[in-house]
Design a protein around this ligand. Structure first.
Ligand code: PGA
Length: 250
């Protein structure tokens, strides 16, 4: 099923507050069309508030790059879902491969964060994907279905309706080598099938599954044209207003 596409720009650990404000102003100044495309930007935590202020009254949404699963307490360095709500986030990335790789996030953490996000009316964008070695060993389906199963184990159908999934093959992130549209479509189908088995077919057909990994304006259209690709999660290319808006237009 084709839903209105969702494009999220993940700025990662880039942009000072001043740079983030300038970037978001340039994006809005280009007058992107929000009728055919829902879009969000995910600035670093320090810029969430100022970017959120600039987004007020616009249709561009605010996304956080991470969240912790507790509301408050002795968790040095973490971000409460309450803080994200307060600055106006609507989306939050969960389990990005960089979080898994550098900060030891496990599938169990992903599940806990997902529930914390849902409990605070934040739309979780749960990231899954295999390494190059896993792909070469033919383990893609196994790895991705296991990540999906563990993330959503304790979810109800009603909760699942609020979830977004992002398939991001790790070998395609920041490498300039995107998955081919067919490779992306194949895994998106696997994810949908696995959700149909775990929940039900109707729900699975409605869930938004984004592709991420070296998305640029030049490959966005082809990737997006795949029947099971419902949007794009963009890293590097989202740091450039023109490129990001071109991806939205694609
Ligand atoms: P990339 O990153 O577009 O720079 O490959 C995607 C991501 O990590 O979300």
């Amino acid at each position: 099923m084709k839903t209105i596409p969702l494009v999220i720009g993940n700025w990662k650990m880039n942009k000072t507050i001043a740079e983030a404000s300038a970037l978001v102003k340039s994006i809005l100044a280009m007058g992107p069309n929000f009728k055919d495309c829902e879009a969000a930007v995910a600035p670093p935590a320090t810029a969430l508030f100022s970017v959120g202020e600039l987004l007020k009254g616009s249709q561009l949404r605010l996304c956080a790059q991470n969240v912790f699963y507790k509301e408050s307490g002795a968790y040095t360095g973490e971000l409460s879902p309450l803080f994200l709500q307060e600055v106006g986030c609507q989306y939050v990335l969960i389990g990005h491969s960089e979080r898994r790789q550098y900060f030891g996030e496990t599938d169990a953490d992903v599940a806990k964060k997902l529930h914390a996000a849902l409990a605070h009316h934040l739309t979780p964008v749960v990231c899954v994907g295999e390494t190059l070695q896993q792909r070469n060993e033919g383990l893609t389906v196994k790895v991705v279905t296991s990540q999906i199963k563990k993330a959503f184990e304790a979810c109800s159908v009603a909760q699942m309706e609020k979830v977004v999934i992002a398939y991001e093959p790790i070998w395609a992130i920041g490498t300039g080598v995107n998955a081919t549209p067919l490779q992306a479509e194949e895994v998106h189908q696997v994810i949908r099938k696995s959700l149909a088995d775990q929940f039900d077919k109707i729900l699975a057909s409605k869930l938004r599954i984004l592709y991420g990994g070296s998305v640029k304006a030049s490959n966005a259209k082809e990737l997006k044209a795949q029947p099971n690709v419902n949007g794009l999660l963009v890293g590097g290319a989202s740091l450039d207003a023109q490129e990001f808006v071109a991806i939205m237009r694609a």
